[in-house]
Design a binder for this molecule. Structure first.
Ligand code: NCD
Length: 360
């Protein structure tokens, strides 16, 4: 059974196969409609969503499959205390594939473990958002033909933005050069930096203001401040409004740069850029549909694109609990903590659920 919990679940080859299939589906929808007839996709959204849920539902229905699920957990047994494991077991009986979005980091991995059907992570806390990263890379490749060799700036709340984390790791895998532009206190977390260094030998330039680097960027990927995830002791006032991409800033950018944003935007990306030919954010959300169609068909085994063996990972039971208070292992007490080891110049241990580094 193949799942997509993080992009570590797919090889680069598989990602490229998904892109090829998505391009085929985009240009010749009639050929593919019907491939999911009599299949059901469950969308379990414990957190708000517009694009991710609707584009998954759109993708499934364009393949003539059906959808069921919820967009608000208030109407579900989660309010009675049902665990993710039990919910996963139930939904296995009702659908052929699950997309889950949940506030706890690592929640999608729990679903994947207990469901007997493929599970896709639609965003887990501030950990990962792998399908967004696939749509993002695909959008870059369609405009620029490849990621390798591009200088890609990620700007905004890099600390709590899951889309930023998955995007950074994906860019590095495909040979892009990263620049991190985060206000003080909102820089990329150590677990992402450690993986970039360990796996890709990248130590991104880190700056606080976009104006310092704007001339050098081929792609400018903006993220909103993740207000709903900020710890209660953090005063967002100073960060709010501390970064804004607008026409004045873009005057200094390359004429063929790309402006990206996973959306929703709040006040970090000016509307005046919407007609700038460099704006690619609406394209990104449109490309999410063929990408999610290709992913659904691949994970359900309807297309012989996915290799049968998932990439090997070095995971064992951990001696200590995870130190991230938002990790699913802290909230659901039947889970045994597990750690993943990355060997390289230095050996790193990270929570196998939420990705945070273990200090010992
Ligand atoms: C992102 C998310 O939910 O993480 N939205 C999305 O799926 N496009 C980004 C965000 O909410 O800031």
């Amino acid at each position: 059974m193949r799942h997509l919990v993080t992009l570590d679940d797919l090889s680069n080859f598989e990602i490229e196969q998904i892109f090829r299939l998505a391009a085929g589906m985009q240009s010749q929808l009639e050929t593919w409609a019907g491939i999911c007839r009599s299949k059901l996709l469950a969308t379990l959204f414990y957190e708000p969503s517009t694009r991710t849920r609707l584009s998954f539902e759109s993708a499934m229905e364009r393949l003539n499959g059906g959808t069921l699920g919820f967009a608000d957990p208030q109407g579900t047994s989660a309010t009675k205390g049902e665990t993710l494991a039990d919910t996963a077991r139930m939904v296995t009986n009702y659908a052929d594939l699950i997309v889950v979005r949940h506030n706890w980091a690592g929640s999608a991995r729990v679903m994947a473990r207990y469901a007997n059907i493929p599970v896709i992570n639609g965003g887990d806390g501030s950990h990962a958002h792998p399908t967004q990263a696939l749509a993002d890379l695909y959008t870059i490749i369609r405009r620029k033909s490849q990621v390798a060799g591009l200088t890609i700036g990620i700007c905004g709340d890099l600390q709590y933005g899951r889309a930023a984390h998955s995007f950074a790791l994906a860019v590095a895998r495909f040979g892009g050069k990263l620049v991190h532009i985060g206000p003080h206190g909102f820089q990329m977390p150590p677990w992402v930096l450690a993986r970039l260094a360990q796996h890709h030998g990248q130590k991104p330039l880190e700056v606080e203001s976009i104006t310092e680097v704007i001339e050098t960027l081929d792609v400018i990927y903006v993220n909103r401040l993740q207000e709903e995830r900020l710890p209660p002791n953090l005063n967002a006032e100073t960060a709010r409004g501390s970064y804004l991409l607008n026409a004045a800033v873009m005057k200094h950018a390359k004429p063929d740069a790309m402006i990206m944003h996973p959306l929703p935007r709040v006040n970090e990306l000016a509307y005046e850029l919407d007609d700038d030919p460099r704006a690619a954010y609406f394209e990104q959300s449109a490309n999410a549909v063929p990408i999610r169609m290709a992913l659904i068909a691949s994970l359900m085994g309807l297309e012989q694109l996915i290799l049968t063996q998932p990439p090997q990972r070095n995971i064992v039971v951990a001696e200590h609990s995870c130190e991230n208070s938002n990790c699913v292992t802290i909230h659901e007490n039947y889970l045994v903590p597990e750690r993943e080891t990355f060997s390289g110049d230095v050996e790193l241990h990270a929570c196998a659920y939420c990705g945070s580094l273990f200090s010992s």
